[in-house]
Design a protein around this ligand. Structure first.
Ligand SMILES: [Zn+2]
Length: 235
């Protein structure tokens, strides 16, 4: 179990940490800024700086077994740290920041398209959401204009925690049909875009919609009988 620094501070680019375990599954730290793959957002990359000045490149990050366990995946051939060692965990910040901008953009898209979400994925150069909606209700120009209006309006974006009971009382908060937020942990993390959107989310986000930057709807296409996929890029 690690202290998840990114959960309360998405802008932390580095942190001091102690190595807890090194196994074929990956490297566990007592605290980390590395977001593990989940909720449609890719795991972070970066490096661990060792006391002797050498660097362990981290090629990916995934969830481990148990709550708040994070596995840092070393790039092939890297010399590994040892348990007990103090390291500095440093993100590939440019890549992560693009994930943050796109993840917030997908929440805006969710607010713009009034339909159930059936899936979604963030990448460095694009992001997509799938909706259960008729094709003729998705108009590229309208969606793009609405998105860019919300971006330009500069809405504040912040994570906060609500209780399971609050979530149960507001089922409309759960916009994704396939993924139910985890319960029984005393609370659910929600992401609020003030005046625009509120939904359960464990991802990392920018603090203000202006930071997303101008967006383009790259394509809209059918993915099976009920799925319509909207793909976004940076304009
Ligand atoms: Zn999210």
């Amino acid at each position: 179990m690690a202290e998840l620094v990114f959960r309360d501070d998405a802008y932390a680019r580095a942190c001091r940490a102690r190595v807890l375990a090194v196994t074929p599954a990956g490297i566990e730290l007592d605290r980390t800024v590395f977001y593990p793959t989940g909720g449609g957002q890719p795991g972070d990359t970066g490096s661990l700086l060792r006391p002797d000045g050498s660097r362990v490149r981290i090629a990916g990050t995934v969830k481990g077994e148990g709550a708040d366990a994070v596995l840092h995946l070393p790039a092939p051939g890297e010399a590994l740290p040892v348990p007990g060692e103090e390291v500095e965990a440093v993100l590939d910040w440019e890549r992560r920041h693009r994930h943050m901008r796109f993840h917030t953009a997908l929440h805006l898209l969710c607010a713009v398209v009034p339909a159930p979400v059936t899936g979604g994925q963030v990448a460095e150069d694009k992001a997509r959401l799938d909706f259960d909606i008729e094709m003729e209700r998705l108009v590229k120009e309208t969606i793009e204009a609405e998105l860019n209006r919300l971006v330009a309006e500069g809405h504040r974006v912040r994570p906060r925690w609500i209780t399971d009971a609050e979530l149960d009382a507001r089922p409309e908060l759960v916009r994704t049909m396939s993924v139910q937020p985890p319960r029984g942990q005393g609370g659910v993390r929600v992401l609020e875009i003030e005046g625009v959107d509120l939904q359960p989310c464990g991802g990392t986000h920018v603090a203000d919609t202006r930071e997303v930057g101008p967006l383009a709807v790259v394509k809209i296409r059918s993915e099976g009988a009920r799925n319509r996929r909207v793909v976004l890029g940076f304009a």
